[in-house]
Design a protein around this ligand. Structure first.
Ligand code: ADP
Length: 596
């Protein structure tokens, strides 16, 4: 079966249809057939209603038989019964298509998100766009699809009814068309406006929904209790909620005014047309049956055109705006073949920064300025510097998360940009400061550190190496116990235990370079120092890069780079740097009391 994918292209209504057909072909065909029948029946119904009334009247003067009355009545009832039955069946099919779409669209969304360039993840606008695209995605697609099908079938109905009207009394049809066209145009414009307004509203909704999570979620329960910040946050929540509520009320009020004025135009037009039809029926231009049937159809038609049709056009125009956002999302640059990790691993010899200068996209301040350094395979390196000196930025650049730097970054003598995303991934395993705490078992938390899942022996070794055996013994279901606060029976661990798990995850990876970007910042200086030196011993012979603002933690590493003002200020071993009595010496001296 073909897969749904967000490829770089302009998305149109045909794509909504294509996605729905790929996801749920059988239901889609049934839905289309049912809709087609529903579309042409009203026209036939007008003719049959007229025939039934005329036959019934004919019984009185003897111009029609009872049989003819029964037959036309049976046909009218049959048409009504079909319309009644088709409605729930269509709703069921739409529901089924929505569920199938959920599976394929979510898959496509996750696939795209796993590949997009890192700069989008750190940017609020693109994150907002991604949230909007993902929010009830399948619902938006099924809505887009059903709305356009309903719109087409409505056009067919209207065309049929107008043809009947034109053949009977052309001028009534012309009046309806003349009134309807501006109404349709207005609804298209208002659909666009509604989407724009909702876009603005979601910005504020995102903020107050986040605050709701902070104030009510299990994740923050400890801090919430200690700091008692609920009242303050509640005020903030209220502020954001009020902005969004007022915007929503304004949008709805506009919509309501439109609805009511549409209904008034409808009522006026219907009365006018009914009055105009009295003369033709009195002079025998149309039969009494056709008069009643036409009045009925005209009421229906004017209502449909001023209300259902405008609503549908508004919905279709909203969906077109949504498709524009899908087009922007699909155009996000992505790392190709990001998952295709090279077989047999990747060999690492050296990594070099040559005059690397960098500022974050959309900002003006240079974070790195002509930075030079060299890493050689099999040694332990440390990057030290004050908070905000640019250490994490170095980690992001060397792992290829940002590639719009000036200067050169060379891995094994080749420019970083020449490697595929998958090859770059294969070079590194990284533990970040805000490493993830997955609500899965402790075993899986470690095993996912290796592409395709680490084998049992590697996970066991990592557990022993990072002294997690005793932690596992203390868990109710041992290594299979669910961790974290998300699961009902979830068991939460201490910060230090989570850090060991994150390090174990890095440890099972087969990547040649291990990067620790201050994952231990939450520990006290002595505990961090112990954990870093333990990890360094475990990584004997492997290339390891330690980042820290605490010098005592990394003094045993083979080589130290001191980062200040966006470049390497000093470099050497601990002893050399201490002997030089420059920046490193001063920093070390000022931190000495942390280790006493
Ligand atoms: P360190 O790891 O040494 O504490 P960082 O590399 O995290 O320092 O940050 C260096 C500077 O870059 C800081 O001034 C920080 O505000 C800025 N910075 C970090 N990330 C971003 C970003 N995504 N966008 C803009 N500026 C950033």
């Amino acid at each position: 079966m073909k897969k749904v994918r967000f490829e770089k292209k302009k998305y149109t209504y045909l794509d909504s249809l294509r996605f729905s057909i790929i996801s749920s072909p059988v239901c889609m065909i049934l839905y289309l057939i049912l809709s087609l029948a529903v579309a042409i029946l009203p026209t036939y119904q007008v003719i049959m209603n007229a025939r039934f009334i005329d036959n019934a009247l004919g019984l009185i003067d003897g111009s029609a038989t009872k049989r003819a009355v029964y037959i036309s009545l049976a046909i009218v009832i049959g048409i009504i019964a079909y319309q009644w039955l088709a409605w729930p069946i269509k709703a069921y099919l739409a529901n089924k298509i929505e569920m199938d779409l959920r599976v394929s669209l979510k898959g496509a969304y996750v696939e795209k998100c796993s590949k997009i360039a890192f700069k989008y993840v750190e940017n609020t606008d693109s994150m907002d766009l991604m949230n909007r695209v993902a929010d009830t995605m399948e619902h938006k697609f099924i809505d887009g699809f059903t709305n356009v099908v309903n719109l087409i079938s409505l056009f067919m109905t209207i065309a049929g009814l107008l043809i009947v009207l034109i053949t009977q009394i052309a001028w009534v049809a012309l009046i309806i068309i003349a009134v309807a066209i501006p109404l349709l145009y207005l609804s298209f414009i208002s659909g666009k406006a509604t989407y724009e307004a909702n876009k603005e509203i979601t910005k504020y909704q995102r903020k107050y929904k986040y605050l709701t999570t902070v104030m009510t979620g299990r994740e923050n329960v400890d801090e919430r209790t200690v700091f008692g910040y609920n009242e303050k946050l509640n005020d903030k929540w209220f502020e954001q909620y009020e902005i969004s509520r007022k915007m929503e009320t304004r949008t709805r009020a506009k919509w309501f005014v439109k609805l009511k004025s549409g209904s008034m135009i409808t009522a006026f037009l219907c009365t006018f047309i009914a009055a105009m039809l009295i003369n033709p029926v009195a002079t025998g231009i149309i039969t009494i049956g056709m008069f009643f049937s036409l009045i009925n159809a005209t009421f229906e038609l004017v209502h449909t055109m001023s209300w259902s049709l405008t609503r549908l056009i508004e919905a279709v125009s909203t969906h077109i705006e949504y498709l524009k956002e899908i087009t922007r999302f699909a155009a996000f640059e992505q790392y190709e073949n990001a998952d295709a990790v090279p077989e047999g691993g990747i060999e690492f010899k050296s990594l070099e920064f040559r005059n690397v200068t960098f500022k974050y996209p959309g900002t003006e301040t240079y974070i790195l300025k002509c930075m030079n350094m060299k890493i050689e395979a099999g040694r332990h390196y440390a990057f030290v510097g004050a908070n905000g000196a640019g250490k994490s930025t170095i980690a992001k650049l060397l792992t290829g998360l940002y590639q719009d730097y000036e200067g050169r970054i060379l891995i094994n003598g080749r420019d970083l940009g020449e490697y595929t995303a998958a090859q770059l991934k294969a070079f590194y395993s990284v533990v970040y400061q805000d490493f993830a705490r997955y609500s899965i078992s402790i075993w899986d938390n470690i095993a996912i550190g290796c592409v395709g899942g680490a084998d049992d022996e590697a996970v066991s070794n990592a557990i022993t190496a990072l002294k997690l055996d005793s932690v596992i013994e203390g868990l109710e279901n041992g290594k299979d116990t669910l961790l974290g606060k998300l699961a009902q029976e979830g068991k939460d661990l201490s910060g230090g235990e989570w850090q060991r798990i994150a390090l174990a995850r890095c440890f099972v990876s087969e990547s040649p370079i291990r990067v620790l970007d201050e994952p231990t910042a939450a520990l006290d200086p002595i505990a961090e120092s112990n954990l870093y030196s333990e990890f360094a011993k475990l990584c004997e012979g492997r290339t390891t890069l330690f980042f820290s603002h605490r010098l005592g933690s990394v003094k045993l590493e083979d080589y130290i780079y001191v980062i200040d003002n966006g470049h390497v200020e000093e470099q050497g071993t601990h002893d050399e740097l201490m002997a030089a009595k420059q920046l490193y010496y001063t920093m070390y001296d000022s931190q000495r009391r942390w280790y006493q």
